[in-house]
Write a protein that binds this ligand. Structure first.
Ligand code: TRP
Ligand code: SF4
Length: 371
């Protein structure tokens, strides 16, 4: 199918041409809505969350006091890194706004698509939930689940979905698909849509916050919702899309597959600081040139650390931007400051994580699969 752009949700590379993709797939820019709805959180004001589908109607329902939910998921492969914390921040914010949050530990997908060992996936999944709680997601107003520990109504959905989708449609969305991927995408559609069933709470307004790499799954889930409107009363889910943090090595998005691109939540302080100090930057070739021309924060992964995680106040971020672009600060000093903030953030997070683990709170928040 030449000429048709496709996003590979299992690919490792950054999707950089956001604008073009948005138009092609019918994702709306979010800036006007952020202003008119008065959304103040930095993930919105900085355009880190940059696009949406039907977020306006979801927000409307929230503000009318209707039941609204948020659903997203992560594969439990390896240790979480900073980009996972950004997702947790998004969930924490949406929970604070009043949404019911549900989080899928995508262990079925990790098993079949990433070939993760079963035992590892379960251990990683439990840790992931502990990190989410440590980051500030209130478990008393959230649900966490392993895909493989779900019950019959969820699995029944997967079977039903298989009846109303053709191979040609799946291939148009995903390209070539192995049987394991077909099962995984239908499972993810069940993740996205199951909250609408009466047995899971009957949430008619479900918002899915994801990176744009997950958009193919949303297109499929929206098509399926349409086809099951009569039989199951499903509505199309809404979605918001966040940018992906750049990897510190300058080679695409922060990714587990390139350990030097990412800072993991359990990296030692020295290791984390060293990764920042060794990072690729938007700086110039020489100090002299940088003083004259200024740096290029829009190309700089260190700037991303500030913008996505380390500096919450927009004015403080604007002054870093200004110091960089006017050449008042050089990269060495800028990295030192970032490393210091990062080490402090990780230290505080680890302390909260310890407390969650010691109290066993995460184990109460999720049912561990039986095999
Ligand atoms: N496919 C997602 C990933 O690669 C994980 C996931 C599973 C998910 N189910 C989901 C994401 C539902 C959003 C909504 O990490
Ligand atoms: Fe990046 Fe800071 Fe250097 Fe600017 S000064 S390019 S933000 S490291």
């Amino acid at each position: 199918m030449a000429g048709v752009a496709r996003i590979d949700p299992w690919g490792f590379d950054a999707v950089s041409e956001y604008g073009e993709l948005m138009e092609q797939f019918g994702i709306s820019p979010i800036n006007e809505l952020v202003k008119s709805a008065g959304l103040r959180h930095f993930l919105f004001t900085r355009g880190i969350i940059f696009g949406h589908r039907d977020f306006d109607s979801w927000l409307g329902a929230l503000r009318r006091g209707e039941k609204v939910a948020v659903l997203t998921g992560v594969m439990p492969t390896g240790k979480p890194h900073l980009a996972t914390l950004v997702l947790f921040e998004e969930l924490r914010l949406l929970q604070e706004m009043g949404a019911h949050v549900k989080f899928a530990v995508a262990d079925a997908e990790a098993y079949s698509v990433r070939r993760e060992e079963r035992k590892e996936a379960i251990e990683n999944g439990l840790e992931l939930v502990a990190h989410a709680i440590a980051w500030g997601i209130d478990p008393s107003r959230a649900e966490f689940y392993f895909q493989t520990a779900m019950d019959d109504n969820y699995y029944r959905l997967i079977q039903m979905f298989s009846r109303k989708v053709t191979m040609a449609e799946l291939e148009a969305i995903y390209g070539d698909l192995s049987p394991s991927k077909i099962v995984s995408v239908l499972t993810q559609a069940a993740d996205i849509l199951h909250l609408q069933l009466p047995s899971y709470g009957g949430y008619r307004y479900v918002l899915v916050p994801v990176g744009i790499d997950q958009d193919p799954h949303l297109r499929l889930a929206r098509d399926l919702a349409e086809r099951f409107r009569g039989e199951l009363g499903l509505e199309r889910p809404a979605s918001i899309y966040h940018k992906l943090m750049r990897g510190l090595d300058g080679g695409g998005k922060m990714s587990k597959s390139r350990p030097d691109s990412a800072i993991f939540v359990d990296d030692d302080e020295e290791v984390a600081a060293r990764k920042v100090m060794n990072a690729f930057t938007g700086g110039r070739a020489t100090a002299e040139e940088q003083r004259k021309l200024g740096g290029e924060p829009h190309k700089c992964p260190v700037y991303d650390l500030y913008a996505f995680l380390l500096v919450r106040d927009d004015k403080a971020l604007a002054s870093i931007y200004e110091e960089c672009t006017t050449g008042k600060i050089l990269c060495g000093e800028c990295k030192r400051r970032a490393a210091e903030l990062l080490v402090k953030m990780l230290r505080e997070h680890k302390e909260r994580y310890r407390k969650v683990i010691d109290s066993g709170m995460h184990l109460k928040a999720i049912r561990t699969p039986s095999f």
